[in-house]
Design a protein around this ligand. Structure first.
Ligand SMILES: [Zn+2]
Length: 375
């Protein structure tokens, strides 16, 4: 099992400025990578492998102009290049929107640490080229453990370090069953082995209320910018600063609620202990092409959902499979196997013209997915 404790750092002044500089270096490398990918994309080129970009960066570091990069851990730029490549790759594959350049003002200061070089001892964390930094909690992170994905982040007030710690997974008795999960807009997920669908949390009153509040704040802020405009330039008043802080807080809150829900659902599904879980692989990308649906899809976070379910499955020994995009999970009758030639998005019920079966569209798809055979 993996736990990921996040502990507050208590750096001295010198360390604090090094933390910010390290985050700045990560941001620089991220943006440099995006610019490289974009340049290639625009000129009709292919996606550039992160290994090739890292090589290019190593050569850059030997030049006078980019000498300063050597003051910071090599792992910071390495990971930032990788993160940017991953984000661009998802865009390339149609899984998410085009990644944005990280601005100094808007992006969260954060950077990566090497899994082998980070150390914890006597209530302190050793960060590469920064030194031993005091932690606010002494015993949260065990010494001499195997750490994964160490990240250092700044939340606007404090710096935090988080690491994944691998704990030997308990041996889970699996049921031998293969299950299918159909994800969608109406419901977040419908499982072949669970009767009730998992609702789309964005349709709940709580989220709708927060979303309304958010857009109200956003309207307010843009009005204030307009009203305080001096000539051609915008002025940031104390009011605007406060409103923007409230907006960031709301975003964070919405994000937390959605992530918690994703965790809750994926944990529950994994707990049914199937031997195999099948999901459709390109569901997301196909729907992202529909402009009306793409916002809803992003809010649902299908990509993160499938990542959660994958790691929760695999850590207990459940096989995780993504079905081929041509597999007709929606158009096939799960009762007799008849395949429809047409099925419009508005048909919520699958009505088989061959055997007469009537079954919920998503349930039908999930059952078909559970029977998917890898060819
Ligand atoms: Zn049928």
């Amino acid at each position: 099992m993996i736990t990921a404790p996040k502990v507050r750092l208590e750096p001295n002044n010198k360390q604090t400025s090094k933390l910010f500089q390290s985050a700045g270096t990560a941001r620089w490398a991220y943006n440099w990578t995006l610019a490289k990918q974009e340049e290639s994309h625009k000129s009709g080129g292919k996606f550039i492998n992160d290994r090739d970009l890292r090589k290019e960066l190593t050569i850059l570091k030997q030049t006078k102009e980019f000498e300063w990069l050597n003051k910071y851990s090599n792992n910071i730029t390495k990971q930032a290049v990788k993160d940017a490549c991953d984000a661009y790759y998802r865009f390339f594959k149609g899984l998410s929107e085009k990644p944005k350049f990280k601005s100094r003002k808007k992006s969260q200061p954060r950077f990566y640490q090497d899994t082998h070089k980070i150390k914890f001892k006597d209530g302190k964390a050793r960060l590469e080229k920064i030194g031993w930094v005091r932690l606010s909690e002494k015993d949260r992170i065990p010494e001499n453990a195997k750490y994964t994905n160490p990240r250092v982040t700044f939340n606007g007030v404090h710096w935090y370090v988080s690491v994944g710690i691998e704990i030997q997974s308990e041996s889970v008795e699996l049921t031998g069953e293969s299950i299918g999960i159909d994800v969608g807009i109406k419901d977040l997920a419908v499982c072949s082995n669970i009767e009730k669908p998992y609702k789309n949390i964005n349709k709940t009153k709580k989220i709708k209320r927060l979303e309304k509040k958010l857009s109200r704040f956003q309207r307010k802020v843009s009005n204030k910018y307009e009203n305080n405009k001096k000539g051609e330039s915008y002025v940031k008043t104390g009011n605007i600063i406060k409103l923007e802080k409230d907006i960031r807080k709301l975003h964070k809150r919405l994000d937390n609620i959605r992530t918690d829900y994703r965790h809750k659902v994926t944990t529950e599904i994994a707990k049914t202990k199937p031997s195999r879980i099948v999901m459709e692989s390109l569901h997301v990308s196909r729907m992202m092409k529909n402009k009306h649906l793409s916002k809803a899809i992003q809010q649902q976070g299908f990509y993160e959902f499938s990542r959660f379910i994958q790691y929760k499955a695999e850590r207990q020994g459940t096989e995780f499979i993504e079905a081929d995009k041509w597999y007709p999970s929606s158009k096939t009758c799960s009762v007799c196997g008849h395949v429809k030639t047409k099925l419009s998005l508005s048909e919520r019920e699958f009505k088989c013209e061959y055997c007469g079966a009537v079954i919920d569209r998503d349930k039908n798809a999930s059952i078909n997915l559970s029977r998917y055979r890898v060819s």
